[in-house]
Design a protein around this ligand. Structure first.
Ligand code: AMP
Ligand code: GLY
Length: 436
């Protein structure tokens, strides 16, 4: 059977890679894909992105199953479009995708259904936002509503920073929108919330509208530089499992966050199908709170998670789109998977494109270099985006995985390549190195 993966990042390369190994899959199409999928005969790249055009193509090609990687096509309603024409697609509808595409929607949802999250207020009026900051004091967090590709969150350590963030998002933004934020109806809006302390983890589950199956746990590294310094990025590396998610934290996250969310969406008349990704902040007592919801897999979390997945991914998606996820028990490699992102010169502010990439080693059972911002230019592999590659390995311990990943990364080169040297450092120092 033919499958289609929508997207062109490292996450989609990893999903396509796992799907290509499934027993019933004859061909994997990626739209639009990247230099990695274009140069590999296991995949065909399709240069279509618009939902209706994709749907038309999928009908013509008799695509049996489609999986959506990024949030933008979900927020644009690609799932509704495919379903309206009887096509099988895994992902949330446009209405359900609001859990990610609107912070105001997801915060109100969590309040209504008593899902633990930071205390907050939403504002469209700058004066009221400033008064709230004065009343609450710093540290405090200011978030732009709408999809902002990770650029819309300011963790303000001083009240002044918070005031400036409000002016930037609400006042200046009316004149030119420098952040490129896609505003929801009603124009610019900010959410101001309580600063949470603790350790972050990515808690990702599959949902079929009613049933939920948790994926292996993982942890991302959002800052550009070692030791969690420098600017926020889309993610500089990830590993699985995340020791901070002990069996007890796992049970709490399912009971207090994931299940009430799925039940709440059902109750509100917008059942959630697809990947649900809760960004958790876990405090020193093991109490998880929701930092945010994403309605898709994480990138780069997908790369190590797919390395560890032993189950047939096509059959998993088939059940997920049939509403029979309760019949699925996922099998995981017991080893640690760890992925190091190699980013372009100038990332995250102004990534340079067009640098020639050399030295990508052949795929090995314990090491895969997943592509993201790469392109094939007359047969030559070149950088074409911020996060270029994710070197992902499997090993018996986090330490060994680090060592192996950096060995593989050292063979790859392109001008201006930047990568962190400490991916997985929290797990190396963790008391319970196994996690869930
Ligand atoms: P978000 O896009 O909401 O995930 O926020 C991006 C990053 O900002 C998160 O991964 C956290 O590191 C940080 N962050 C967001 N909200 C909070 C909060 N309430 N308290 C502390 N840090 C936060
Ligand atoms: N790795 C963070 C994200 O995908 O949002």
């Amino acid at each position: 059977m033919k499958v289609l993966v929508i997207g062109g990042g490292g996450r989609e390369h990893a999903l396509a890679w796992r799907l290509a190994q499934a027993a019933r899959v004859s061909r994997v199409y990626v739209a639009p894909g990247n230099g990695g999928t274009a140069s590999d005969e296991r995949y065909d790249c399709i240069d279509i992105t618009e939902p209706a055009a994709l749907r038309e193509w999928a009908i013509k090609e008799k695509i049996a199953l489609t999986v959506v990687g990024p949030e933008a096509p979900l927020a644009a309603g690609v799932v509704d479009e495919f379903r309206a024409h009887g096509l099988r697609i895994f992902g949330p509808t446009q209405a359900a995708a609001q859990l990610e595409s609107s912070k105001a929607f997801s915060k109100a949802f969590m309040k209504r259904h008593k899902i633990p999250t930071a205390e907050y207020e939403a504002f469209t009026d700058a004066a009221a936002a400033h008064a709230y900051i004065d009343a609450k004091g710093a540290p405090i967090v200011v978030k732009a509503d709408g999809l902002a590709a990770g650029k819309g969150v300011v963790v303000a350590m001083t009240a002044q920073e918070a005031h400036e963030a409000v002016d930037f998002m609400l006042v200046d933004n009316k004149f030119g929108n420098p952040l490129g934020i896609q505003h929801n109806e009603g124009g610019a809006r900010v959410v101001i919330e309580e600063f949470l302390q603790g350790e972050e983890a990515s808690f990702i589950v599959l949902c079929d509208g009613k049933n939920v199956t948790a994926l292996a746990t993982s942890q991302d590294h959002k800052r550009l530089l070692d030791n969690d310094e420098g600017p926020n990025t889309g993610g500089m590396g990830a590993y699985s499992p995340a020791p901070v998610v002990t069996a007890e934290v796992h049970a709490r996250a399912m009971r207090e966050i994931i299940l009430p969310t799925i039940r709440g969406m059902e109750k509100d008349g917008i059942p959630f199908t697809g990947f649900l990704y809760a960004g958790l902040m876990i405090d020193a007592t093991g109490h998880p709170k929701t930092l945010e919801f994403n309605c898709r897999m994480g990138d780069p979390e997908t790369q190590p998670i797919m390395m560890r997945l032993k189950s047939d991914l096509f059959e998993v998606f088939w059940h997920a789109t049939d509403g029979t996820l309760d019949q699925v028990e996922l099998q995981w490699d017991r080893r640690v998977a760890l992925g190091v992102v190699m980013a372009a010169h100038g990332y995250p502010l102004s990534p340079r494109k067009g640098d020639r990439i050399t030295g990508i080693p052949a795929e090995a059972p314990d090491a895969v270099v997943f592509h993201a911002g790469t392109t094939l230019d007359n047969g030559e592999l070149k950088t074409s985006g911020g996060r270029v590659l994710c070197v992902t390995v499997l090993a018996d311990s986090v330490k060994q995985a680090q060592q192996r990943a950096y060995e593989v990364a050292a063979r790859v080169s392109f001008d201006g390549a930047q990568y962190r040297k400490d991916i997985g450092f929290r797990a190396v120092h963790a008391r319970n190195p196994h996690g869930s």
